[in-house]
Design a protein around this ligand. Structure first.
Ligand code: HH2
Length: 271
């Protein structure tokens, strides 16, 4: 999943792709680099970010979704990264197929009915608190058990509102109300989330725990991004949400060949 941020203030690429044409061109590059999904977002969720209203968010993302869906993004699936029903609805009307809600249907519970009616894929992410406050001393009994219980409850809620269970993905929400140790523990024990029986989406790309571990500035975190995502994939992540698709694709191809010799033989035969 390649990240397409159409925002002035995203933590790593804010303002770079605020113009729709630039965002579309960037998304097409990500598709060419091997992204299967293009995740379009118009509201930053970085710690301390200001909320935007639906009108402003739509103005940012809709032209981009329109440009990418239905073949404009090299046939890749388009995901809309939003918590707002009005934004999701317009994006689905324009051809998006996945709703990625970092609040897991808590910001606008009515988003659930829309997803149920449309039969779209729905990613539910764990976050402690909200973006303004989430990094103020986050605490858990056991971070993996707590995140898993939260996601199980959110799946139950969505299914109770009519969303088909087989459409739901789960996400531990790396960096959303988590210390460095919480993020490491969730990645190390990601396999435990498989017990939820749903595909796992994992998003660590360029996040601050990598900076805290290494001292690297936000634009210099590719190595840590690749390391955390390879381990997440080995531990059962199904979808990796990243800014830098080409190096991630290469790393995954090599990691999978090492971990899955049958697949490696099939690839070598094709070469
Ligand atoms: N992380 C971000 C945004 N959306 N969605 C899911 N499902 N999982 C994540 O980990 C996730 C997400 C934050 O990253 P980014 O989009 O790069 O930054 P910003 O929120 O500042 O735009």
């Amino acid at each position: 999943m390649g990240i397409v941020n159409v925002t002035p203030d995203s933590f790593s690429d804010g303002g770079e792709f605020l113009d729709a044409e630039r965002a579309i061109a960037h998304a097409r590059e990500l598709a060419a680099e091997g992204a299967d999904i293009l995740d379009v977002g118009g509201e930053s969720t970085r710690p301390g970010a200001e909320a935007v209203d639906a009108e402003a968010e739509l103005e940012r993302v809709l032209p981009v979704v329109q440009g990418l869906a239905g073949g404009g993004g090299a046939g890749r699936q388009v995901s809309i990264d939003t918590s707002k029903t009005a934004v999701a609805e317009a994006a689905l009307d324009a051809g998006a197929e996945i709703v990625n809600d970092v609040t897991a249907l808590r910001a606008e519970p009515e988003l659930t009915g829309l997803c149920a009616d449309r039969g779209c894929e729905l990613a539910l992410m764990h976050m402690l608190g909200d973006p303004r406050t989430m990094q103020e001393d986050p605490r858990y009994d056991d971070v993996v058990d707590d995140v898993k219980a939260f996601l199980a409850e959110r799946i139950e809620f969505a299914v109770g509102e009519g969303v088909a269970e087989e459409r739901i993905w789960v996400d531990p929400g790396i960096g959303f109300g988590k210390t460095v140790e919480h993020n490491l523990e969730l990645t190390r024990r990601l396999g435990e989330l498989r017990e939820l029986g749903r595909p796992i989406l994992y998003g660590s790309s360029r996040k601050s725990f990598i900076g805290k571990l290494t001292g690297a500035e936000v634009g210099e975190r590719l190595g840590g991004t690749v390391a955390s995502n390879v381990i997440a994939a080995a531990n059962g992540a199904d979808v990796l949400r990243v800014h830098d698709v080409a190096p991630m694709r290469q790393a995954l191809t090599v990691a999978e060949a090492i971990l899955d010799p049958e697949r490696a033989a099939a690839v070598a035969d094709r070469a």
